[in-house]
Design a protein around this ligand. Structure first.
Ligand SMILES: Nc1ncnc2c1ncn2[C@@H]1O[C@H](COP(=O)(O)OP(=O)(O)OP(=O)(O)O)[C@@H](O)[C@H]1O
Ligand SMILES: [Mg+2]
Length: 240
């Protein structure tokens, strides 16, 4: 059997995304390589979620080209996405993960032990039997992360995965993300938190009104932002 081709690098070549009269993303040029996590930052409405949806292949560019490892079409078998507001199946937490495992082609007999492992990894083993929709927002977020990890993705797209979590849960989830990155998963993650950028990012894509305002190594972005807008963002000022 031929080895599966890599989806990396992910290359945006003058990509625009337009819906009706709205230009959501405007001529984005970006190369996202393997290695450390890429964090996508920017104010509300700057296009972070839309960029992740393009990376996943859920929407196609209105103009320009997007390629995964040099291919213009790549089925999303090597990618997983965690949405800002995950939708849970009307089943137990364990069954939600087992479903994701089935979708990923995991043999039936391995699903229960694998689901258990994944629930443990996200700290939800005690809640395995609970209906997923009865979990708290933060717990659902972690369950969604377990479902995404079930796919053993090469690229894991995370849309503000800690937005509704308290500091302890945030630290827990960040550790899962860092561990996944260390074991070779490429993380591409939208975030609002500068602290999170400092803790996790290898490089940073700073979006402003649908444009890439800056793409730099995290240290450069944080210590020597090249644009006044990025500098204001790094100082924690409100960037509109
Ligand atoms: N299908 C759509 N039709 C029209 N406009 C859209 C559509 N999807 C997104 N937009 C608009 O595009 C802009 C970018 O949206 P997006 O959700 O990508 O931003 P975001 O950076 O993720 O914001 P947030 O921080 O609030 O999550 C917003 O102004 C949004 O209203
Ligand atoms: Mg968003």
């Amino acid at each position: 059997m031929r080895a599966a081709q890599s989806d990396l690098p992910l290359v945006f070549d003058d990509v625009s995304l337009v819906a009706g009269a709205t230009t959501i993303l405007d001529r984005v040029n970006l190369t996202i390589g393997p290695r450390a996590p890429t964090l996508v930052v920017g104010p509300n409405g700057s296009g972070k979620t839309s960029l992740l949806r393009l990376c996943m292949g859920l929407v196609a560019p209105s103009a320009g080209a997007l390629t995964w490892g040099g291919r213009t079409f790549s089925p999303p078998t090597r990618r997983a996405i965690l949405f800002q507001k995950p939708v849970m199946l009307r089943r137990s937490a364990a069954a939600n993960v087992a479903y994701a495992l089935a979708q990923a082609g995991c043999p039936r007999r391995l699903r229960a032990p694998r689901a258990e492992e994944l629930l443990e990894r996200v700290g939800l083993l005690d809640l395995a039997a609970r209906p997923a929709r009865h979990l708290s927002g933060g717990e659902q977020q972690r369950l969604a992360l377990a479902r995404a990890l079930a796919r053993q993705p090469e690229i894991l797209l995370l849309d503000e995965p800690t937005a509704s979590l308290d500091p302890a849960a945030t630290r827990f989830v960040e550790q899962i993300i860092i561990t996944a990155a260390q074991s070779g998963t490429k993380i591409i993650m939208a975030s609002h938190h500068l602290g999170q950028v400092r803790r996790i990012a290898g490089d940073v894509v700073f979006l402003l009104r649908g444009r890439v305002c800056e793409h730099a190594d995290a240290d450069d972005f944080l210590d020597r932002p090249a644009t006044p807008q990025a500098a204001a963002f790094v100082r924690g000022e409100l960037v509109l």
